[in-house]
Design a protein. Sequence first.
Length: 168
Amino acid sequence: MMRLVALAICAGLLLGAPAHAQPSEPGQSAPPAAPDYGLPINNEQAKAAAGAALAEAKKNNWRMAVTVVGPQGEMVYFEKMDGTQNASESLATAKARTSALYRRPSKIFADAYAAGNLAFTTFPERPVASEGGIPIVVNGRIVGAIGVAGGTGQQDGVAATAGATAVK
């Protein structure tokens, strides 16, 4: 039991470690630090992000739900395509909150889970371990995040990326 607790603490520290830690191998560069938070996304920007994500979904014949949140994870905008499964609303919101609160794509947690790292499941604000949540960055600062659900993880990620990159 103590081993499991120690492993969870170590993994939690690893996930929570600053993104600018030293590289582990010579010649390898350290990952960039997560951007700082900026002013919250406004309604116009949120609608542009959701519109771009939904356009990508429509182009590919995917039925999806899209949530845009501010930097504190509060919902700013939501839209769901006709015929989208009901669970997608909650999933899209959870993915967006994860990306905003942890300042990284929700896919990071999906990858950690796939690698057997479950430490993040003990975090007070549990991140969603599923692709489709992307921080929205304007002028180098996180203004919010977008979450997309309804397709496969990869499809959700494609649509979310289209939404996040549409915001200027």
